[in-house]
Write a protein that binds this ligand. Structure first.
Ligand code: SOE
Length: 373
């Protein structure tokens, strides 16, 4: 076992909390991973950061991320800040020789994403993107089954990621609703997860994209009065995939009644698979052309990640995905292997986001994507 690794998380909000919980638990669930020290939590407000650091189990709090990435006792920099800060923080941390984990989506635009991929290619440290749903055991099993050819050739994929927190007309302005801080709206925030799943499970990439965006409520109350919402509330896209398969995508933050509904369904020449995050321990598998769909409870030790957790039938939750993500990063670092998903995987997703925006601006015209490997 190598020496202990010091971790810093940048960001104290929702994702900062989810990642902190993962760093607290990873050694207990996956004792084979390199031990870590939760060195420092970084935020913008000194009092709030100090209080969050105490609650979340960090040794120290700081408001100076540059000073933190220069520390010799910090080896892993985990970036959970708003999107517009990802590129600057990640490239600086990689240049300082750190291992870096960045929350999705990779960046707020293509140029930044390309810069981050170039920085990762030249850096000694590992660079991983936080698509945490890659660690849902049922989705990892779906990927394994499709890779083994269990459903034959994938022809069609339906992916949707639906939330409703913007249905409330009084929901205030946040960084997530400004193009300059978030890049995209539901498209980047939710669509990036769904697109990554389409790519990861099928092993295919997009060759062309058509898309539509909608912003239903164009103004929201900010700290200093009404502000323009400059990102989408909802987005739709059709992705042409390698070899002729087609994926449809629907994402929304105004899908009344849906809190965090990520669903994906794949139809192949010899079977089908479907998944719904609201039942995240289950996969519905149609194993054969004439078979009935059957529900697989994905809690067996032979299923991805599950030998480390609880006995069969003892289900996992959303937060466990971040613990498995941290374990995978630690294992990649220990093995000197590039972690998955890489920044390049994030760039492939970013190209689709960009193409959806361009297609929407061109009345839904098809945007070819052929230089994207
Ligand atoms: C947005 O509401 C959000 O928090 C995303 O940013 C996360 O990636 C997703 O997992 C849950 O929803």
């Amino acid at each position: 076992m190598s020496a202990r690794l010091g971790v810093a998380v940048l960001g104290t909000a929702f994702m900062g909390r989810a990642h902190s919980s993962a760093w607290r638990n990873v050694g207990a669930v996956f004792p084979d991973t390199t031990p870590i020290d939760m060195r420092v939590l970084v935020g913008s407000d000194p009092d709030r950061t100090a209080s969050a650091a105490r609650t979340l189990g960090w040794q120290e709090a700081s408001t100076d991320w540059r000073e933190v990435i220069a520390r010799t006792d910090v080896h892993i920099v985990d970036i959970c800040t708003p999107g517009h800060l990802h590129a600057e923080m990640a490239t600086a941390a990689l240049e300082a020789g750190k291992h870096v984990l960045v929350e999705k989506p990779l960046a707020t635009g293509l140029a930044e994403a390309e810069r981050m991929v170039a920085a990762a290619e030249h850096a000694p440290g590992a660079a991983m993107l936080g698509f945490n749903y890659r660690r849902v055991p049922a989705l990892a099993l779906a990927r394994r089954l499709v890779g083994e050819g269990r459903i034959g050739d994938v022809r069609t994929v339906r992916a949707a990621y639906l939330q409703d927190w913007l249905v409330d007309a009084a929901a205030p302005m946040t960084w997530r609703l400004r193009a300059e801080t978030a890049g995209n709206g539901a498209l980047g925030d939710l669509g990036s997860h769904a697109i990554d799943q389409i790519f990861a499970i099928t092993g295919l990439r997009a060759t062309g994209v058509r898309g539509t965006l909608r912003t239903f409520q164009r103004e929201r109350q900010g700290p200093d009065g009404l502000e323009q919402v400059t990102v989408d509330d909802a987005a739709w896209a059709q992705l042409d995939l390698d070899g002729g398969a087609v994926a449809s995508l629907e994402v929304s933050r105004v899908a009344t009644g849906r809190k965090n509904g990520l669903s994906i369904e794949l139809h192949g020449t010899d079977g089908a698979i479907s998944f719904d995050l609201e039942r995240l321990n289950e996969l519905v598998v149609t194993d054969g052309r004439d078979a009935w769909p059957s529900r697989v409870l994905v809690t067996e030790p032979t299923h991805p990640y599950l030998d480390a957790w609880w006995p069969p039938g003892h289900v996992l939750g959303w937060d466990s995905t971040f613990t498995m993500q941290a374990a995978d990063l630690l294992r990649s670092i220990a093995a000197g292997r590039a972690p998955e998903p890489s920044f390049a995987d994030g760039l492939a997703v970013q190209r689709v986001l960009d193409a959806v925006e361009r297609s929407d601006a061109a009345d839904g015209a098809r945007m070819p994507l052929d230089d994207h490997r």
